[in-house]
Design a protein around this ligand. Structure first.
Ligand code: SF4
Ligand code: FES
Length: 248
């Protein structure tokens, strides 16, 4: 396939960015989207031009590093899929594809398609942990947990912290990300110690980092590669109200 690419280039956080045109030739339908970009970059390097900066690590949908808005959709057109697992067979010969970084005040562009997501780390540091005694690993069956609760907690724990939910939201809200972490911990016995303080601390940190609030439109759920449901946001809101009403 031969594809026309319009890719966001920005030399640094304070530089002005712009879309630039590239042609990707000899693209195999079996390539992943990132492998296609690797080939474009090899061509740029051979010509002595600056390669396009983009993030990736595992390339198998588990680390959350890849972060491209493809044709206006975070992680591209396939539901429940990270952009590293998007394949070029999804496109047709001659297609024009736009590629942009996540766009949110709390995710400033570092270079080209790379954004700084350390605001997510600050939210986790504010409350996304549990108090446990160090020592040997406890027996797996020592704490009984109802199957329904463990299933819900595991589903919420599937969040890989990619930030697509923020990029898709017109408010740049981190609610889906935070609600996944808060639900995962609030549903398990191990998460009870900080349960009330956690939700308030994490939401306060998100406000401080410039994330917006939630207006219940569901774009976050639609683009989430782990299909985290927005019912977690309802749980987070209940946790928050309960905490501010009962804590001094
Ligand atoms: S909730 Fe989904 S989209 Fe948001 S950070 Fe987690 S995995 Fe990514
Ligand atoms: S590179 Fe790890 S999820 Fe895409």
């Amino acid at each position: 396939m031969r594809l026309n690419l319009k890719i966001w280039r920005q030399t640094g956080p304070n530089a002005a960015g712009r879309m630039e045109d590239y042609v990707a030739d000899h693209v195999s339908p079996d390539m992943s989207f990132l492998e296609m970009l690797d080939v474009v970059n090899e061509g740029l390097v051979k010509k002595g031009e600056e390669s396009i900066a983009f993030d990736s690590d595992c390339r198998e949908g588990i680390c959350g590093m890849c972060s491209l808005v493809v044709n206006g959709v975070p992680h591209g057109p396939d539901r429940g899929t990270t952009v590293c697992q998007l394949h070029m067979r999804r496109f047709k010969d001659g297609d024009t594809i736009t590629v942009e970084p996540w766009r949110a005040k709390a995710f400033p562009v570092v270079k080209d398609l790379v954004v700084d997501r350390s605001s997510f780390d600050r939210i986790i540091a504010a409350g996304g942990y549990v108090s446990v005694n160090c020592g040997g690993a406890p027996d797996g069956n020592a704490i009984p947990i109802a199957k329904e609760m463990s299933d819900l907690a595991m589903d919420a724990a599937a969040c890989i912290g990619c930030g697509a939910c923020v990029a898709a939201c017109k408010n740049a809200s981190a609610h889906l990300f935070m609600s996944a972490k808060i639900s995962h911990l609030a549903l398990l016995p191990q998460g009870q110690i900080e349960r009330g303080a956690r939700v308030v601390a994490m939401i306060n940190q998100a406000d401080a980092d410039g994330f917006g609030s939630c207006s219940n439109e569901g774009e976050c759920e639609a683009v989430c590669p782990k299909e985290i449901p927005i019912s977690n946001i309802a749980r987070m809101t209940r946790e928050y109200v309960k905490s501010v009403l009962t804590r001094r």
